[in-house]
Design a protein around this ligand. Structure first.
Ligand code: BES
Ligand code: MN
Ligand code: ZN
Length: 498
């Protein structure tokens, strides 16, 4: 779904192609409040379905009903939302996703009856419905030659007695939802199409007039002494790029704060000389999901004109194998002057981030947040739902945790501790890029990054799990591939910083 119009109107205000009604398991056997407001014989039909056990209100289940010819609402989807007591924003997103997938053959205008009796505020319902609809209807099959047969939902109408500020909020959510799906498109793009160079071109297009864009080519990367980024990108004929976006709002609320967003954008991670196994290597096209998220989020913040100054730095490279590859045993010098012994060329994310973090500080970032699909062990630990969060500052950690929780991009705190530093002590250089002990890999990666994050608050999100899905998550993210993880989190963070 590209763009979708969002409106708020009193129930019955328009004649939608479909009306969605939330229905919880606790409603079973009773006609829902919503049905009572409808003509067309819905109430009796609902009662029969409930009595017959065909309508239970289970989360993500839908039942479609058609009305008599003369009814103002012709089609109703009863959207299961599960147990009332367990209803949260994720459940509502899941219900909205199930509904939009159910009406894929119909499209047009989809109305949702907001329900004051649910334990979510009307605003939370509105947000979750718009998000669930937009994220749930995303299709990753853009490269299929047969066009998509589905009819898109063009307009979401939220039926609420009292619109009070709801429409503006819901429209903002629709803007963010569009950028989340843009980040997914980037992550799903095949690595033959999306190289560091073409990612930089895409970022420039997406930035439009709202952002200033600078793209540093391999020559400029070398000149600045970014030996880590340069080494990772060297084996590929698609050379590395440092993509820099700047957003300067006319009236920043906090003049003392420049948010530095840093993203890992390995457009394909073969592992280099420390080659990965073949199984699922194709998913390593998604190793630029952190970079995609910070690009899309910056564009979203600019489109919404949030009053937060941002500098976004994306380290883009392709980690391949060739006669010019960097090697285990090489010692690199990063832009901040530290020397790094390479012990595994597949631990490339921390290398490119090292130089990008340094650059973001150089450009004046006071508060850093980096997003990266950094370690397989993070996915082993937390699966596809939570990302891991590390920070060198308690307040900054809490700020990000709060934003994450409110946004739906779930994040769980992990520790940093100087006692982990010995794992990446090197005999020859200042530090090494991986430990050969199979222990604490996400923490060691974060400890490594800390050395390049400079002075001031810094946080790191390892989104290896939720950034790129191997299969449906069973909620509103039902598609394999990129999820746009991080876009909603960053926009929410900026709303809170403003
Ligand atoms: N991009 C990978 C991490 C990854 C793996 C993300 C699976 C998503 C799914 C990263 O560059 C990597 O290869 N990390 C290594 C580090 C190790 C060599 C220290 C890993 O986690 O195995
Ligand atoms: Mn790797
Ligand atoms: Zn990687």
């Amino acid at each position: 779904m590209d763009a979708v119009a969002v409106e708020v109107s009193p129930p019955g205000g328009i004649e939608p192609d479909t009306l969605a009604l939330p229905f919880s398991t606790d409603d079973s056997g009773l006609p829902s409040n919503g049905a009572r407001q409808l003509d067309g014989g819905f109430e009796a039909r609902l009662r029969r379905l409930a009595d017959g056990g065909e309508l239970k209100g289970e989360l993500g289940k839908t039942v479609v009903l058609h009305a008599d010819e003369d009814s103002s609402v012709r089609r109703v989807v009863i959207a299961g939302v599960g147990k009332r007591a367990e209803l949260d924003a994720d459940a509502m997103r899941t219900a909205a996703s199930a509904v939009v997938r159910r009406v894929a053959d119909v499209g047009g205008t989809l109305a949702w009856l907001l329900d004051e009796s649910l334990p979510l505020s009307l605003e939370e319902q509105a947000r979750a419905i718009v998000e669930g609809t937009m994220l749930g209807s995303y299709s990753p099959g853009r490269w299929k030659t047969e066009g998509q047969p589905e009819k898109p939902v063009e307009k979401i109408v939220l039926w609420a007695a009292d619109a009070g500020g709801l429409e503006e909020k819901a429209r903002q959510v629709a803007v963010v939802g569009r950028w989340v799906n843009t980040a997914r498109d980037l992550a799903n793009s095949p690595p033959n199409e999306l190289t560091p160079e073409t990612l930089a071109e895409r970022a420039t297009e997406l930035a439009g007039a709202n952002l200033k864009v600078d793209v540093l080519d391999p020559g400029q990367i070398d000149e600045l002494g970014m030996g880590a980024l340069a080494a990772v990108g060297r084996a590929s004929s698609n050379g590395p790029r440092l993509i820099v976006l700047r957003y300067d709002p006319p009236h920043a609320t906090r003049t003392d704060l420049v948010l530095g967003l840093v993203g890992k954008a390995i457009t394909f991670d073969a592992g280099g000389i420390s080659l990965k196994p073949a199984l699922k290597m194709q998913d390593m096209k998604g190793d630029m999901a952190g970079g995609a998220a910070v690009i899309a989020a910056t564009a979203a913040v600019a489109e919404l004109q949030l009053p937060v100054q941002i500098v976004t730095v994306v380290a883009a490279a392709e980690n391949l194998v060739s006669g010019d590859s960097f090697r285990p045993g090489d010692i690199l010098r990063a832009a901040n002057g530290k020397t790094i012994e390479i012990t595994n060329t597949d631990a490339e994310g921390r290398l490119v981030l090292a130089d990008a973090l340094w650059y973001a500080r150089r450009e004046g970032a006071t508060h850093l947040l980096d997003l990266a699909t950094l370690t397989g062990a993070m996915e082993l630990a937390l699966g596809d739902f939570y990302a891991g969060l590390f920070a060198n500052d308690e307040d900054w950690l809490q700020e990000i945790l709060d934003a994450a929780k409110a946004s739906g991009d779930h994040t769980w705190p992990f520790p940093l501790h100087p006692r982990y530093r010995r794992y990446v002590d090197s005999t020859f250089a200042d530090l090494k890029n991986s430990s050969d002990l199979r222990q604490g890999s996400p923490v060691l990666a974060a400890e490594f990054l800390r050395e390049f994050a400079g002075e001031g608050p810094w946080a790191h999100i390892d989104m290896a799990g939720p950034g790129f899905l191997e299969r449906s998550r069973g909620d509103y993210l039902t598609q394999r591939g990129g999820t746009g993880y991080g876009v909603r989190l960053i926009v929410e963070l900026c709303n809170r910083l403003a």
